[in-house]
Write a protein that binds this ligand. Structure first.
Ligand SMILES: O=C(CN1CCCCC1)Nc1ccc2c(c1)OCO2
Length: 328
């Protein structure tokens, strides 16, 4: 089987929301290659924590409670949720898991309550970091992968318009040139890979360092790189500065933004300058940068700002996992 689903950007491309059928309900979930739990708003939540989201009905005929199973998750941005566990049929654009662990929230943090476009998350990292106790559950991809035409999924994220995720096949109309594959280190449960040198702007190679280990994370809006690379980038942006009040680099919204070329698997991938204007700060006609420092996170994140510049293939067809990128 295969699946194809639209990936709809929220405001400022903050996250990408996809329709998922669970039993007879359709919920709109944030597909996140940086986590491994499929959790949903549910009828078990206090109404004070719900602001228009669709609630999974745990009383529906197809939902089977997994007695004694609970979950609790917290994310790098400080948000979190917790609840209990059901099994139900989950269909993502035609790819169907007949008995998928559906983690029904009994409580969510304010970030999720106020994210009115999202009814929950669909984790696409490795099942080793699933947060269900006493027994970790498999992700949707792990549940269905043996039934897919090919054991892979792809992400085509766009700005200001729908992109798509596919399960089981590569859509050759989504990219130009060839796909560059590189090995994945999933020892931390993420789609981890090694990035090489970088160049700011289209000029010659002005990079002196390399980026190193990184993760591909569709659930993170921005790109978080080592300080040296970030300072090198913003040194080329007139009027940019680090704002402690805003919590990152900002610049005049009228600034001209250079591209950033990153070497992965020996191929240079170009992130256009426009990708680095994330959003207005709301004060003084300054804008918040889509590239920020990874200090405090502990690792480098290639989030949506990068992923919008490429077609990404999350591939387990070779036994060992690998990740592929192609220009688009
Ligand atoms: O938390 C996330 C992604 N997360 C995905 C699930 C929804 C809530 C956001 N990313 C993230 C990871 C590390 C960070 C960070 C953000 O901000 C600073 O450090």
């Amino acid at each position: 089987q295969t699946g194809t689903v639209a990936a709809n950007p929220e405001q400022y491309d903050q996250a990408y929301i996809c329709p998922v059928t669970i039993g007879s309900q359709t919920l709109h979930l944030d597909f996140d290659t940086g986590s491994s739990d499929l959790w949903v708003f549910s009828n078990l939540m206090p109404s004070s924590e719900v602001d228009g989201q669709t609630e999974f009905n745990t009383n529906s005929a197809g939902a089977t409670k997994k007695d004694g199973y609970t979950w609790s998750i917290s994310y790098g941005d400080g948000s979190g949720a917790s609840g209990v566990v059901y099994a139900d049929t989950v269909n993502v654009g035609g790819a169907t898991a007949t008995s998928q662990a559906v983690e029904a929230a009994t409580s969510v943090s304010s970030e999720f309550t106020s994210d009115t476009g999202s009814d929950g998350l669909l984790g696409l990292a490795f099942s080793s970091i699933n947060q269900v106790k006493p027994t970790p559950q498999t992700t949707f991809f792990d549940t269905v992968k043996s039934s897919l035409e090919a054991e892979l999924f792809t992400a085509d994220l766009q700005s200001n318009g729908p992109g798509s995720y596919t399960f089981g096949y590569i859509d050759s109309s989504k990219y130009t040139g060839s796909i560059t594959y590189t090995a994945v280190d999933n020892s931390q449960g993420f789609w981890g890979f090694t990035a090489g040198g970088y160049t700011v702007g289209g000029g010659g190679s002005n990079s002196t360092g390399t980026i190193g280990s990184a993760i591909a994370d569709t659930g993170t809006s921005l790109m978080y790189l080592p300080t040296a690379a970030v300072q090198s980038y913003y040194s080329q942006v007139s009027g940019s500065s680090y704002s402690s009040s805003q919590g990152g680099y900002i610049f005049p919204c009228s600034a001209s933004l250079p591209s950033l070329t990153v070497s992965i698997g020996g191929h240079g991938f170009v992130v256009p300058g426009s990708n680095f204007n994330y959003s207005p700060t709301g004060s003084g006609n300054t804008c918040f940068g889509g590239l920020q420092e990874n200090t405090g996170i502990g690792f480098t994140i290639f989030g949506d700002v990068f992923l919008r510049a490429v077609y990404a293939i999350f591939d387990e067809t070779q036994g060992s996992p690998r990740i592929g990128f192609a220009a688009q």
